[in-house]
Design a protein around this ligand. Structure first.
Ligand code: PRX
Length: 572
């Protein structure tokens, strides 16, 4: 089969550099860019902010922030001061110490970024929570992590069941006229009074830094722990994959509640001393193009669902804006359709570069580098210094063009170090021989390009967000009308997948459109809007194994009109 390729169009290094690096790349050498290589003093936040504030980048803008109400910018020098203040406030009023879990549950704002950096400067472990989470989702995460401190807003505090969280000692509220009583502290007031200088907690490279909760196909969401050492990979992927250079204006559209919004919304850009644009507010195609024009964005990192939504807003809209500043566009989170890449060529005259990685990998693992030919539909090639292979279920490496488990050899710098409170779960990711099993299936072609085929498990990727069916099913079962629930991802042209729920009702309840809507709202307000099923179908009974487990694979087969496969374990 002849595979289409798109030629190299831009990039600040060439294929030869890349090939050289590929042959000789050594993570030990890669460490030499950090100040700790000389001083021995390690802290991600120092490396991302203070080091630049003490250099020629002192007055360079680190953060451009814009939403409907605010339009602000902060230099590296100012970021140093504000993050120091945040550190002082957390220490003084929240008694935050090294290793404590500090959770941050709020919409994007400069204060969110000051808090993340301030907490990391104290050696704390930051847990960012997506603002759309509702009470059930918030409680699960705060409980499992035994978070000691929470930073949130007056709008969101109602979703935090404070009385049911004995470990949570202090809650900072970011707002105006905050009433200080019990565990509640007025964050802005304390920030205004705080000291600009902070004693940074120097940590071990293997100390915890960030805890992202993510979903699998079974069980509650799990806490994926990353350590300061991850900065090595954040830095070098920001250089090689994002191709960030001194004069770039970079925009990552992801929220820090998800790993892309921290690894490449905070760490990667700031470790490399790049000007970083952060926007708040809802997605609107006009606003997005306006952002690119107004800030003169040069490097733009987003996701297939967003590109597809922009695509459906039409090509005429694109022409109303001056997008000529763009030089490098990237995508992550779901399969990037060749059609979208072709559209990008047409309207931006630029290639969109796919990248593959996961919450657990902490940073890019596979990418289309600026200097290489793109094969639309392929995720690209492994990052230098990381061994990626397609393996069978026993860990045997498969030859080219054979589909199997997408696996990574243990030991890349930004690999997760723990599943919080769950060592068995952590171990279950690895096969003998040191292969980390991603849960994705893929094949590698004879040129080393990797082609995504699907998830091996039941994890749903909807609009680039990872949703575990178990979490949604558990919530559905809390609804009084529901006796049984099974949840699957249903293919969708814009969102990649949407969530579809099959439910069987308890006696006394009748299927109706009103009931569907009520169930949808129930999940929306109990868990999160993005986790609510867009489609609900009533069934008298759901397919189960003899041990009572809902067979999602059969539900999926029903939905897609496919053969259901082996039904020998199904109850009558
Ligand atoms: O299935 C893969 C999909 O997203 C999963 C990881 O989700 P999460 O941990 O939320 O991280 C998303 C962003 C880092 C993967 O197991 N995925 C990620 N990138 C791609 C992708 N699927 C296809 N193509 C990609 N480029």
């Amino acid at each position: 089969m002849k595979v289409e390729t798109l030629p190299v169009t831009q990039g600040s290094y060439n294929l030869k550099d890349y090939e050289e690096a590929y042959k000789s790349f050594d993570w030990k050498d890669a460490e030499k860019v950090f100040s700790w290589a000389e001083t021995g003093k390690v802290n991600m936040a120092y490396e991302a902010i203070d080091r630049h504030a003490e250099s020629f980048r002192k007055n360079k803008v680190a953060l451009f922030y814009r939403d409907e109400k605010r339009n602000e910018k902060y230099t590296f020098y100012e970021m140093k001061k504000w993050s120091n203040r945040a550190g002082n406030v957390l220490k003084e009023y929240g008694n935050v110490e090294k290793g404590d879990r500090v959770f941050i549950f709020m919409p994007r704002s400069p204060e969110l970024y000051f808090s993340v950096l301030g907490a990391i400067k104290l050696g704390a472990i930051v847990g960012p929570l997506f603002e759309a989470f509702m009470e059930g989702a918030v409680k699960d995460r705060l409980e499992d992590s035994e978070a000691k401190v929470l930073i949130t807003t007056p709008d969101l505090i109602g979703r935090v069941p404070v009385d049911e969280l004995p470990h949570l000692k202090t809650i900072f509220i970011v707002g105006s006229d905050v009433e200080e009583a019990g565990p509640f502290v007025d964050f802005n007031k304390k920030m205004a009074e705080a000291d600009n200088d902070l004693d940074i907690e120097w940590v071990d490279r293997e100390d915890g830094m960030i805890l992202h909760y993510t979903s699998g196909s079974t069980g509650r969401p799990k806490g994926v722990l990353h350590v300061h050492n991850a900065m090595i990979q954040h830095y070098h992927t920001a250089r090689w994959v994002l191709d960030l250079q001194e004069t770039d204006i970079y925009w990552c559209t992801a929220d820090p509640g998800w790993v892309t919004g921290t690894s490449y919304g905070i760490f990667g850009p700031w470790l490399t001393g790049t000007s970083n644009v952060i926007t708040g507010g809802r997605f609107k195609p006009e606003n997005w193009y306006q952002t690119i024009e107004d800030f003169g964005i040069t490097v733009w990192y987003s996701a297939p669902t967003a590109f597809r939504m922009l695509m459906s807003a039409g090509d005429e809209l694109v022409k109303k804006f001056d997008l000529s500043s763009l030089r490098h566009i990237l995508s992550v989170g779901e399969p990037l359709n060749p059609e979208v890449i072709r559209w990008g060529m047409k309207v931006f005259n630029k290639r969109i570069h796919d990248t593959w990685w996961m919450t657990e990998t902490g940073a890019h693992v596979i990418a289309n580098y600026p200097c290489m030919e793109i094969k639309p539909g392929s995720m690209g090639k492994p990052f230098p210094g990381i061994e990626v292979a397609i393996v069978d279920d026993q860990g045997n490496v498969l030859p080219p063009n054979r589909m199997g488990n997408l696996a990574i050899k243990k030991g890349w710098p930004s690999m997760m170090r723990q599943i919080w409170n769950n060592p068995e779960k952590y171990e279950s990711y690895f096969l003998p021989g040191g292969w980390y099993i991603s849960g994705d299936s893929a094949y590698m072609d004879e040129d080393g390009y990797i082609w995504f085929q699907g998830r091996v498990d039941d994890v749903i990727m909807t609009s680039g967000e990872r949703v575990g069916p178990f979490e949604v099913e558990s919530k559905l079962l809390e609804h009084p009308a529901i006796a049984e629930a099974g949840v699957i991802g249903k293919p969708d042209p814009v969102r990649g997948e949407i969530i579809k729920a099959f439910v069987a009702l308890n006696e006394g309840y009748e299927p109706s459109e009103e009931l569907k809507e009520e169930i949808r709202q129930f999940v929306k307000t109990g868990l999160a809007a993005h986790a609510a099923p867009r489609e609900i179908e009533f069934k008298d009974k759901l397919p189960k194994t003899r041990s009572g487990k809902i067979m999602r694979r059969v539900l999926k087969a029903w939905e897609l009109d496919l053969p259901a496969g082996d039904l020998s374990t199904m109850e009558d």
